[in-house]
Design a protein around this ligand. Sequence first.
Ligand SMILES: Nc1ncnc2c1ncn2[C@@H]1O[C@H](COP(=O)(O)OP(=O)(O)OP(=O)(O)O)[C@@H](O)[C@H]1O
Ligand SMILES: [Mg+2]
Length: 339
Amino acid sequence: MSNVDIGIDLGTSSVIIYTKEQGVCLKEPSVVAVNSYTGELLAVGTEAAKMLGKTPDKIKAVCPLEDGVIADYELCEKMVKYFLKKVSENIVIKPRVAICVPSGITDVESRAVVEAAVVAGARKVFLVEEPVAAAIGAGIDLNKAKGNIILDIGGGTTDVAVLSLNGIVTKASLKIAGNKFDDVIIKYIRDNYNVLIGRHTAESIKIGVGSVAPRLVDAEMEFKGRNLLSGLPQKRKVKRSDIREVLMEPVIQILQAVRSVIERTPPELVGDMLENGIVLTGGGAKLDGMPELVHKVLKIDAYLAPYSEECVAIGTGKLFDFTDDMSDGIIESILYPHH
Ligand SMILES: Nc1ncnc2c1ncn2[C@@H]1O[C@H](COP(=O)(O)OP(=O)(O)OP(=O)(O)O)[C@@H](O)[C@H]1O
Ligand SMILES: [Mg+2]
């Protein structure tokens, strides 16, 4: 590998890196492990996730991006540097790097991200908004875009945007996404079973029997947790129909955000939108029945993009094809002096 462009999706749940030459070449959880006493960085990504739970006293897991914002930007910077170094080891010429940042990011935070990329060897850094990257990744040609609506449901945030001829026409971002689905499941199990479950268990229930559309068979799933009354571990079962009711609340809020975006979109584009349908991206959009529900509530066809979880990274990596034409949604960052 000599001269490459690298795309990074800096997500709340995972960091995904894409290059045209290699495709998706890194996918690791957005987690770092630090020494609880000294704050020293011990491991990043998959390694950090593996260390969790094994040595709980000394080691603390930190998600530098929480709810789609940068909770700890020093650790975030270190994480970006680590991942970028990992994929660009054999690169001779300094790469151009495009990074998809959470929509709620501040100037200081974006500067930290840009700087991390420069320190890691980038010669030029571009920042891109998530729905723009998701659209490119889903195969929408931005030069021809006309009333294309994108709904990206990630871990921390959901982004909705209407794109047309090289820019974002209307958009919304809300902090209700995959993590929130897990939260409502945890709360439901606690309130109705008196059992406390962890985030991992909640996520497997969501992926296992979570659904927002009616299904013929009311599947059941077994889970383990700690009974709050006895304090002891317990095995219980939960039904798809119960989980569906619980998930509907956050999902309806997402659909309301989409509706408000449509309401603010010029009527001509709404017509095009009806032709194009809504494209769903992000891991959270893989929730069973999501496209069906979107179609039922909003009366617009809805499709889950292929590789929906990787869409943003793929789009970020392909961004360089569009940089000359894009006006909105990309911030071309100035090159920072070297340290
Ligand atoms: N099959 C599935 N069904 C339901 N949810 C899923 C499925 N697969 C993954 N998810 C959820 O997708 C979410 C992660 O999605 P994604 O990787 O797009 O997030 P992210 O890009 O890291 O976050 P953000 O865009 O908010 O910063 C998690 O909440 C995960 O539980
Ligand atoms: Mg994302």
